[in-house]
Design a protein around this ligand. Sequence first.
Ligand code: AMP
Length: 398
Amino acid sequence: MKKIMAVNAGSSSLKFQLLAIPSEKVITEGIIERIGMNDAYYTIKLDGKKIKEILPVKNHAQAVELLLNDLLTKKIIASFDEIDGVGHRVVHGGETFKESVLIDESVIAEITKLCDLAPLHNPANLTGIAAFSKILPDVKQVAVFDTAFHQTMSQEAYMYAVPYEWYEKYGLRKYGAHGTSHQFVASEGAKLINKAVEDLKIITLHLGNGASIAAIKNGKCIDTSMGLTPLGGIPMGTRSGDIDPAVVEFIAEKENLSIKEILNMLNKKSGYLGVSGVSNDSRDLEEGMEAGNERCRLALDIQYKRIADYVGSYYIYLGGLDLLVFTAGIGENSNRARSEIIRRLQVLCLELDEKANDVRSKATIITKPNSKVVAVLIPTNEELVIVRDTVRIIQNIH
Ligand code: AMP
């Protein structure tokens, strides 16, 4: 095998990474944004340099054509035959997909059925798959699901206490998200402390613009904070996280809004942005707080408190805790966030090493050697998981 492409297709974007196999070295990466517009953005990174072009891109098929032809022009590949497989991030695998699979007609039909559960994401993922099938019809494609890692949750963890028929008729339950990230950082965290993931009780904190938490026992997910959709769980950049469901009717009446409009506000105008009124970016909030903006401080404090609540609850459910893992934009970059969260977990006997915590995006143990629970920072790498799964599945069928 020579090269595998990891793809994350959104409704108007296509993110890609091309990796060499078996070295797993990133050959090139980039994104095509504003697909469908006359002034779409095509950005590709090569030898550490970003090259950006503005040009018309009608649809995803054209985006894939543009990308693949550019790989030839830039001599990144000599022919399309060098691409041995394409791995796609697919947001919702429902209860059907408990692991990554080779894409065929029946898999496409199942992902299509699941569009109901992820109406914004699954159709976009399917568009990406269709575009690659059109341009590279003989290349094997693999679907890697964001929900798959959470499929090991037991019924008591994934069911909502609502009429059971809703689950039977519509599959209404907790599915979670960021599964590839949680799985990856749990196993990398275990490696960093020289333990087998199968022997550990782990809580992973994926803290990015979207944020979620997972409780992992013996390498398997037993609970996670996101729900039927990514709106559930802890507050995020623009999402509220868990709220009393009666809020929806209350605000509908007060503000004369439809359910759709309120859901849009809970998804896009809440969290950091909603509370602070300033930004969805934790850097702006940290700056605002330092300049004396109390709502910026509050937006961060609400999130940290709720993270600590989840960790406490998962500590009980796991029956203890060996390893706490921080990852994603905030988890990897904000030493303040890590230190504030750990401070709120004092009762679990975590001893932060302030000096070690002064670090960014580098696998690091951030607690003192005598800390009962070890906390680590692990940079996430969802593309690498996608590529590894693609290689494994393609090799198995040969
Ligand atoms: P992600 O969704 O994983 O890309 O993460 C995005 C989040 O990471 C945003 O809220 C950013 O503000 C946050 N982030 C990135 N760099 C930093 C930093 N140096 N300090 C604090 N937050 C950061």
